[in-house]
Design a protein around this ligand. Structure first.
Ligand SMILES: Cc1cc2nc3c(=O)[nH]c(=O)nc-3n(C[C@H](O)[C@H](O)[C@H](O)COP(=O)(O)OP(=O)(O)OC[C@H]3O[C@@H](n4cnc5c(N)ncnc54)[C@H](O)[C@@H]3O)c2cc1C
Length: 385
């Protein structure tokens, strides 16, 4: 059996200085009325001006090379920016996916012309990406994807449907996973290729799907003979199975995986007040201790990414435990406040946020890899299967 190895990493001093800078920026934006931190925002709520301001500060693509608009800073510094913007409920939806995973994928697998064109636009907060992996009959099992890309002169013609595509309605680009040939007898994962898709290309239809709260967050995306040029193929043709896993590594390891409804904890502390009874104090103590542990684990994963390691196992543990914790949080908060006055302003806001959080937490088990699938990865990482 393999041991779980979370490297004991602490945030370095430069990350603490950066935290103060991000907090001051966030405070300034809240004071200017750009967004309201006391609101149950969707993870990917967006504001184009805000993303441009974050880009101007150098906080998008901040680990990337300077020649593509990056700042060559560390993953731990990126961690701090992500964490501060998340806990403030900042509207990062326009740039978040590109910053977290699409940009790094282009850096690794796109040709020079595409990189020079798109990466600087991402870092300026001007370019929104979505992820086109899941399909009607292919979710956990990505290798069952059926959307076809057929060779044509100087490129590919795409037909098929992607499903649950978050933010496709506002995205400039998608990184899509398409079938370019049939699986082989020896390797059922063979035959898929990742492509950069211009969402304004003819032959794409984006149909909204409502989430559990009735909001428009994800979509069905239908491709009807859409053309993709050769230079938008990413990496090796038919070999996406080697690439998609590294994308999921970026997708699963960040603090957003346990901070999506952190506002519930902050409001709970406010409602319980400065001298909670023993039960309230014990409840808050437990929740904060659990959050602190998740945070140390996530910092560790980011430190391991910085060191060039592959923390797939550890990242999956953070995502799974983050989901369990977040799904417990609204119940615990309701329980701890059951006998507290229902008329104050703080209490009303708390109840609204709690209702919002309760409505969205079921999706956490599914998005970014289901809990069962993650536990399968963890079991494999431990050598148990
Ligand atoms: C809020 C949200 C946003 C999303 N955004 C995107 C997006 O932007 N882009 C995108 O491509 N997709 C997105 N998805 C889709 C998501 O990635 C898939 O829903 C997910 O991978 C599960 O796939 P599925 O829905 O086909 O379910 P299935 O894969 O059919 O799973 C059904 C059930 O079977 C279980 N199961 C499946 N395989 C195994 C296994 N090997 N071992 C044990 N149990 C298993 C699952 O855990 C689950 O309980 C999003 C989903 C949500 C909820």
């Amino acid at each position: 059996m393999t041991a779980i190895q979370f490297d004991p990493i602490r945030l370095p001093p430069e990350a603490q200085a950066l935290r103060a800078e991000v907090r001051a920026f966030v405070r300034q934006e809240i004071d200017a009325g750009t967004f309201d931190p006391h609101r149950g925002a969707l993870l990917l709520e967006s504001n184009a001006d805000f993303s441009r301001k974050v880009g101007a500060r150098g906080w998008i693509g901040m680990t990337w090379p300077k020649r593509y608009g990056g700042r060559e800073r560390s993953f731990l510094e990126r961690y701090v920016v992500t964490e501060e913007l998340r806990v403030a409920n900042a509207p990062v939806g326009l740039h978040f996916t590109a910053d977290r995973q699409s940009g790094p994928m282009l850096l690794k697998f796109a040709g020079e012309r595409v990189k020079a064109d798109i990466l600087p636009r991402i870092t300026r907060g001007e370019c929104c990406f979505c992820i086109g992996m899941s399909e009607p009959d292919s979710g956990s099992d990505l290798f069952a994807a059926k959307t076809r890309a057929l060779r044509c002169e100087s490129g590919w013609r795409v037909r098929g449907t992607k499903l649950w595509t978050t933010g496709a309605h506002r995205a400039d680009y998608m990184i899509g996973l398409f079938r370019t040939s049939a699986p082989t007898k020896d390797n059922r994962r063979h035959g898929l290729t990742q492509f950069l898709v211009d969402m304004t290309a003819p032959g794409i239809k984006v149909n909204p799907i409502a989430n559990t709260l009735g909001q428009h967050e994800f979509n069905e995306v239908v491709f009807d003979d859409m053309f993709v040029p050769d230079e938008h193929a990413l990496g090796e043709i038919d070999m996406a199975w080697k690439q998609a896993a590294s994308e999921l590594g970026y997708e699963r390891s960040g603090p957003e995986r346990f901070l999506e409804i952190s506002y519930v904890l902050f409001e709970l502390v406010r409602v319980l007040g400065s001298s909670p009874d023993a039960r309230g104090a014990e409840g808050i103590g437990r929740l904060v201790a659990q959050l602190h542990t998740l945070r140390r684990m996530s910092v560790s994963v980011n430190g391991m990414l910085q060191a060039g390691k592959d923390p797939t196992l550890e990242g999956s543990i953070v995502k799974d435990m983050g989901t369990v914790w977040q799904q417990l949080l609204p119940h615990k908060a309701r329980d701890l406040t059951a006998f507290i006055d229902g008329e104050t302003h703080d209490r009303k806001r708390f109840d609204q946020l709690l209702a919002h959080a309760t409505g969205i937490v079921p999706k956490l088990t599914i998005q970014g890899g289901t809990s069962e699938v993650l536990r399968g990865i963890i079991a494999r990482g431990l050598g148990l299967r």
